[in-house]
Design a protein around this ligand. Sequence first.
Ligand SMILES: N[C@@H](CCC(=O)N[C@@H](CS)C(=O)NCC(=O)O)C(=O)O
Length: 362
Amino acid sequence: MPYRFYAAEISYFSGKVRPALRRKGIFFVEHLPTPAAYRDVILPRTGLGFIPIVVTPEDETWQDTSEILDALERRHPEPALVPATPVQRVVAYLLELYADEFLLLPAMHYRWSFPESERKARADFAAATGDPAGAIKFADRMSGSIAMLGVRPESHAAIEMHLADLLDALSAHFAEHAALLGARMSLADCALLGPFYAHLYLDAVPGRLLRERAPRVCHWIERMNHPDPTASGDFLPDDALADTLRPILELIGRDAVPLLLDTVRDFERWADARPPELEEPPRAVGFHDTGFRGARFQRYTSPYTLWMLQRTLDAYRALPDAERARVDASLARTGCEALLAYRPRHRLGKRRFKLCFEGSGA
Ligand SMILES: N[C@@H](CCC(=O)N[C@@H](CS)C(=O)NCC(=O)O)C(=O)O
């Protein structure tokens, strides 16, 4: 029996899981997110309207790409996507956090702020669901949500500068390495492929930008999305990070880390004062001020950012002191060390696919 993967080509988070399924050589069938799929499978199984989901051959349901990738890694350990060594492992989770939580800004900006991109995305939604009326509603909701995410006229220039710098840094990296952590696909490549494949490569306006400014990034997208099943490359030896990865980590440290910490701090302030009987935080708990590259703007405060940060912190804190010191040395002065130094006061878990409080973070 195959795994069933409910997903869409132009869906950010579907783009994160598909390369892992392919790289691991897993027998799966992809199902489109039609109204019937939502009604009969996705909603009854998860209580949520999110894709992707995975239904296993044993009829289990997996939702949330981070948990899906963890589960795939446990069941199909080879080839491993999460490095076993401390520096590469923590960096893989850090890049996942950045891809899932920060790259949403350029991905949503380039899809919804440009009429040409928006027209194509709307047509793509209708084609992927077979439901033109539902696609219009979904597209209206997505395009209407970008301001909450922080994609506003005040932030457009900063977002575009960030993506241009990222494309240049990735181009330099992929001139020397096939993947982010060496010659082998990792969790980090999968996570970046969400925004890079499903949005920036497939959407009209950023697709042109990528092909003109960053052809090597396009080649990496193709390589990761259609992995060579006989590929034998490995992560860099001795738990090393490529010299060309450092400018990427510095870019993350400079722009993304302060924004993500602003979100988490605001959520923790809200959580400090929440009613004690409240077990599940809502999807958003108000707005906070943040910014980067001189832009200041408001964004909604998503509890989910803390849950994602916990993944990186858990990987980091599980290390023995000597290995943690090696991570510290590798990330020193990138700006990313501020993230690793953060100590949450609250801890979130999952219950029936929903976030819930799990006590203190310490
Ligand atoms: N954290 C979730 C996010 C999933 C997600 O946001 N999926 C999008 C499509 S890429 C979706 O279904 N959105 C529907 C909505 O926001 O209502 C994951 O990693 O799976």
